[in-house]
Design a protein around this ligand. Structure first.
Ligand SMILES: C[S@@+](CC[C@H](N)C(=O)[O-])C[C@H]1O[C@@H](n2cnc3c(N)ncnc32)[C@H](O)[C@@H]1O
Length: 268
């Protein structure tokens, strides 16, 4: 476990952090006692959570592969990247298109500490990491423009991160700014934990999360997630639970599972 790793001075191991709890739920090793305790408290109230976060990673893999192969996307802007895990965006994208460019961004110092693992891309492609905050969207875009060519299509990926921005901070305005910065033919990819699937269970799980985690979460209903895609063309099947969004043919689908809302849309 990460307790044996010498953390940088900026990493506060005494309080649970979203990136590290998520790593714990995924079965990773880059988490601390506070993360595991907070993570267990949530897990106890939310059966299926581990399967749901794993399904979120599987969705990431399916969509990046789809965009790289069938839609010829060569630039991926992955915001709220998380601690490196299996099938990181650059690995999936560059397996399909070795010349793909990937810019990762996270605001948690633990992700920065692991960024080297994200910067192992192909020699034909580019992989960059920004220690930056989604909420400072203008600065984020300015930094990303040093690597990404915003005159060419970009897949803007916001997986499991918008629920960590409150309604008061207006995540819809942030997404609108990101979408405005990319040209026609770009894609927006979102996954967002749901308040309207298993509502009572989710509400209790969220209460427990917010009790102990440094950054609070706001679960949202489908309609609020749909608003992120205003003005864009949703790919089939529209907004769907992420484990049901175009599952790989031949792969078993867990029909009992409730995951969260996911969508992929093209900028016309
Ligand atoms: C639940 S993890 C999701 C990781 C990955 N995107 C995935 O779906 O597998 C959320 C990540 O978003 C990051 N994050 C939270 N708020 C952020 C912000 N305002 N700006 C950038 N990253 C943020 C957290 O540090 C964490 O690594």
């Amino acid at each position: 476990m990460a307790d044996s790793v010498s953390p940088s001075a900026k990493i506060d191991t005494s309080v649970a952090h979203p990136a590290r709890i998520y790593d714990y739920w995924l079965g990773g090793k880059d988490n601390f006692a506070a993360d595991r305790e907070a993570g267990d408290l949530v897990l106890a109230s939310r059966p299926g959570l581990r399967e749901s976060v794993q399904a979120n990673r599987a969705f990431l893999g399916r969509v990046v592969r789809l965009l790289a192969t069938e839609y010829s996307i060569r630039q991926f802007f992955d915001i709220g990247t998380g601690i490196p895990s299996a099938n990181n965006t650059h690995q999936v994208a560059q397996a399909a298109a070795p010349d793909a460019k990937i810019v990762y961004t996270d605001n948690d110092p633990i992700v920065l500490a692991h960024a080297r693992a994200l910067l192992t891309g192909t020699s034909e492609g580019v992989t960059a990491y920004l220690d930056a905050d989604l909420r400072d969207t203008d600065a984020l875009l300015a930094q990303a423009a040093k690597t990404l060519d915003f005159s060419q299509p970009v897949a803007v990926m916001l997986l499991g991160v918008l629920h960590l921005v409150s309604d008061e901070e207006d995540p819809w305005a942030m997404v609108a700014k990101l979408v405005a910065a990319v040209p026609s033919g770009s894609y927006l990819v979102i996954t967002h934990p749901a308040s309207d699937l298993l509502p009572e269970t989710q509400s209790e799980a969220s209460r427990r999360y917010n009790q102990n985690v440094a950054t609070h979460q706001t679960l949202r209903p489908r309609a609020a997630v749909a608003r992120f895609f205003d003005g864009l063309e949703l790919l089939d099947p529209g907004i769907e639970q992420w484990h049901l969004w175009r599952p790989d043919p031949g792969q078993p689908v867990d029909t009992e599972l409730k995951s969260g809302h996911a969508g992929v849309a093209r900028k016309p």
